[in-house]
Design a binder for this molecule. Structure first.
Ligand SMILES: [Zn+2]
Ligand SMILES: [Zn+2]
Length: 131
């Protein structure tokens, strides 16, 4: 009987652990993007503003302001959601609100200890505040 209870407790712990991991990974996928390894491996990454998968040669429009320890990124979107010929609507991945064509996402990029660039998107002008 004791073994049975022990097994049940272990199972519960495992389930909680899995749920915890899932919540954490979902949060991460919304708020942080690391485009460098994906781009390097040739994997197509979708635009975080409209979800369009970028074709070869299509680039995300962004502006980088380099600071002492990191840089501020203003992400405007891809050719599908930004510019005169855009057809898709921009949606903020953080607050899920539609954004106007001239609005951008605000993010911060820094070098991690392993030498990789890490990009953290905070949200749109309305939910992350202007930087
Ligand atoms: Zn886009
Ligand atoms: Zn937002």
């Amino acid at each position: 009987m004791e073994i049975c209870i022990y097994a049940a407790a272990l199972f519960t712990i495992a389930v909680f652990f899995l749920i915890g991991i899932r919540i954490v990974s979902r949060k991460l996928s919304v708020s942080s993007v690391t485009p460098e390894p994906a781009a390097a491996s040739g994997k197509r990454i979708p635009c975080i503003l409209c979800g369009s998968v970028l074709a070869k040669g299509e680039k995300l429009y962004s502006k980088e302001t380099i600071r002492e320890k990191d840089s501020i990124i203003h992400m405007y979107g891809c050719p599908h959601c930004h510019g005169d010929r855009s057809t898709e609507k921009k949606i903020c991945p953080v607050c899920r609100k539609p954004m106007s064509s001239d609005e951008y996402l605000i993010g911060r990029m820094w070098l991690k200890k392993n030498g990789r660039k890490h990009l953290h998107m905070s949200g749109c002008v309305r939910c992350a505040g202007k930087i």
